[in-house]
Design a protein around this ligand. Sequence first.
Ligand code: DQA
Length: 142
Amino acid sequence: MNIIIINGPNLNLLGEREPEVYGSESLSEVNTWIENHEICADLSLEFFQSNSEGSIIDFMHEKRHSADYMIINPGALTHYSYALRDAIVATQLKTIEVHLSDIHNRENFRKISVIKSVCLAQYYGKGKHGYIEAIKHILESK
Ligand code: DQA
């Protein structure tokens, strides 16, 4: 099974960006941890990060026929990007939304996700473990 794992704007700065909120590990450390997790043994994972909404949408278009599932932490795009929402619908990628922090217990604007209703599930507030929860969701829904 092919799963693409996308991280959006500012997530390239994981580790140095507000570590008290997002943790002290870098994105490449988190990705390596995911890749080496026992539940991923039989999976083909492809990681992508961009600070640009258009590049994320282009990547989704490129992968729309080859990826079985998409896990995405869209960063702040979560809260306002109808283009990203449309891309999930247009590509028909089966999508799980992940956030490192507890978006429901922070500023009000973070409580709104414009992609939630086109995703299979939303995981938040579990740090890097949220990505594994998303993979478990996929494996259990097979
Ligand atoms: C985030 C939460 C968003 O509100 C924020 O803009 C991010 C990261 C998270 O992982 O908790 O960039 O998606």
